[in-house]
Design a binder for this molecule. Sequence first.
Ligand code: PLP
Length: 637
Amino acid sequence: MTPILERWTAERSTELYSVREWGAGFFGVSEDGNLQVTANPGCFDNAVSIPEIIAGVQERGLDMPVLLRIENILDTQISLLNESFLTAIKELDYRGAYSGAYPIKVNQQQQVVEAVTRHGEKYHHGLEAGSKAELIAAMGMFRDTEAVMVCNGYKDEEFIDLGLHATQLGFKCVLVIEMPGELPLIIERSKAKGIRPILGVRVKLSAHANGLWAESGGDRSIFGLNATQIIDVIDQLEKADMLDCLQLLHYHLGSQIPNIREIRGAVAEASRVYAGLVAEGANMHYLDLGGGLAVDYDGTQTNFMSSRNYSLDEYCIDVVEGVMTVLDEQGVEHPTIITESGRALVAYYSMLLFNVLDAACFAPDPLPEVLPENTNIHIQHLFDTLKALNLRNVQECFNDTLYYRDEVRQAFSGGKISFRERAMGENVFWETIRRIGILAKDLPSLPQELEGIGHALSDIYYCNFSVFQSLPDAWAIGQLFPIMPVHRLGEKPVREGILADITCDCDGKIDRFIDSQGVKRTMPLHELKDNEEYYLGAFLVGAYQETLGDLHNLLGDTNIVTVKIKENGEFDFVGEMEGDTVEDILSYVEYDTKYLLTRFRETAENAVREKRITPTQRREILQAYKTGLQGYTYFER
Ligand SMILES: *Cc1c(COP(=O)(O)O)cnc(C)c1O
């Protein structure tokens, strides 16, 4: 069967890599086969070519890998979330407001918090802080006294005092009671300072969410108060004459909730609790639904954990309607709805760009028509199996070739054949497996044993990044991210491969990819060219990936570049941050690099003394060592 020559187009790449499905209108493929990015979803008139950004990055002397942030995508996402809630509120005649609170932990970079404060101001988009450090960041960056500043997380005296000071300064700072033990301290500090705080209480809902991150909601949640504990809070506040301070009900079901039914269930339950607090006499104003608004990483629009079975508009409508339905029935005034959406706000705005260093392609050596006369019998058997292979005996030949391969290995272990003969046998074996892989595609149904064959035959593309540093969730919780080449998309990708990173850890790889039918074990890739770099991108990495990463194999922070797309389709470089140097990384693990250098000087001097090197060679070696200390931790060409 000769393959029919087919014309490949940019459009076919768009489909192959599901760009429309996961790209949310921000990504597209140009006619000339380059991946484009725009800050106006669905409008590519002034989109920017990612290879062009890469060229600009390199002209500025920054090496791959690079984390690229598109500043105005973040602005767009903030607008979309707020506008969508405002539309739902208007359409449904909801009588309360919406207020966002960006959870700092999702991406703590100053740039992100700054964008929320700058672009979010017109919507009074607030912040959520889960620790003292996050509150200190929020207080330093924030000016908007109409937006909320929600304080979650376990609070010590210092945290509480900071929150009270924020209140004094006029901020709408809410101290959310997460654990029963916090309340006496909050009451005591408020009285001591003479400040009436705004208080919230975090409820443990019985609604249970599925998904990888959902452990933080539901009965098993480690945070939040159950019904008895909340009633106790009310009684204590009443006794302290502070019940009017309790204004907010909070819950957080977990991040990335893919199923709208779970979101609705939680909204309904929480609204009942809210009405209950009103009935108890609390001065309620805010219902805070926490995070959970999911990102469709694989573009399937399903309740699969890497996806979501709802749109942003549906989410907003369902939330607003859910709150109204319960509260209208109870005759309770409509509260300001707060969501602490983080992932959905920042995921799209960063992408990791990296080059491929090499590929190990699966290609057995060509075989002769017949084997030489004196070939070992086991190898002859392997060869005969290969010759006999056809569409009708695929399974049988698969069993035979495995059997004879083991015979060859045993013969080698028993000293009956040479290492060279063993290599020859393995080559015949792999050629057989390769042909079985081709035939298997034409089988009406694939025998179970042959299912993994595509994966076994895949190429390995060695890529210049660290999974542990840049895509930690891909490793830690099996999260899927869209990954694809950013150029050559007018060419058919003829290889199938997995990606290996440059850590020497066998977990340092990506072998699970997005797919419309579930999860794919390999991804389509182009053949490498001799004198041309091949660039890939991992997308939607703006949420959680930037600071969860670690220094496995001492690979550090990547270079970071921020770009702003202009109306006329050009772009400005608005920020660059050099990644860690080797020296930086070593100091993180408590090396004293001056001391290292001193010791190395001595080592080199000893070598001179022992006449292994000349003083001039010593100078060269020391120079190389120093350059290494100041260099990037990734592969430099
Ligand atoms: C992590 C977290 C969030 C963010 O959730 P997303 O799903 O990323 O929007 C919001 N609120 C709290 C309390 C959190 O812990």
